[in-house]
Design a protein around this ligand. Sequence first.
Ligand code: PHE
Length: 339
Amino acid sequence: MSGDSLKNDLTKVLNEATELVQKTGNLSDLEKLRVKFLGKKSLLIQLMKSLSNLKGDEKISAGKELNNAKKIINDLLIDKKLSLTDSKNNLKDDFDLSMPGKPSSIGSIHPITKIMNQAIDIMESLKFECVEGPEIEDDFHNFTALNIPDSHPARAMHDTFYLENNFLLRTHTSSVQVRVMDQKDPPIRIIAPGKVYRKDSDITHTPMFHQIEGLYIDKEVSFSNLKSIINIFLKTFFEEDDLKIRFRPSYFPFTEPSAEVDIEYIDNNGNKGWLEVLGCGMVHPNVLDIANIDSKIYSGYAFGLGVERLAMLKLGITDLRLFYENDLRFLRQFQRTEI
Ligand code: PHE
């Protein structure tokens, strides 16, 4: 191998490589060229192997020439590979631009979540802080601390799902009241939205439903404060200034006095009726005392809103179970509605 003939050979190889690589239109042909020019049997690699026959300066300069040629071919191949994988070029080969695209459906927020978020927004604007509590509760937080001891008949009001070791699925969000009073000193002004569970199922009951608990404890909190906040909330939520709201005396072991609140609705046939949307009352002194809040200094009100009830009224739905059957034909009706 003489210096001149090596140079000639390399120039030929480089010219050929440049021309062929430029002409290639796809990746598999390009790979064939890589094998042809840089593979084990390629001229370049063969020449590199025969370098050992040369000596001294000749060996050094031939080595340089060969390495240089190898680098040039390698760069050519890399550049071409990049330009072929570049999306525009690739599309030419692999995609039929005239094919219709695949439609992808977008999920949406469940109507109950929308209603709940709306209720939370209103309460937050009334300066209630939003907190959460666990859905798996213990007997103490769900019952005992709310003035419902073991043998209390009010336990029968809650058809409870019991778990092992005195745990249960909370039957109401009132358990969060207890947790908040354990952690904070008054003034307390919170709402606690979330899922609750009862063994119940008919057109107005599902075994899982949602409540939003409200609790306000401070000095001199009165029943009229409670009435006014409920009025403001319901009128804002239903966007109706002359909404008919009825406070009906009721009983809860953890509030005294207690009330249930109904609102008037007109059904699809034009008939008027009342639907209960929440339970409420003044926090029972026993509940404050169990939480180490001095009931002689502080008083408070609490309420528990039924989110599904609000949703039924606002969306005109008569069977509550529809919300949880996951029938897309039902759910899609609310996909775009700003409810
Ligand atoms: N926890 C009651 C229920 O689930 C509602 C309620 C909450 C009543 C707060 C009074 C005060 O029925």
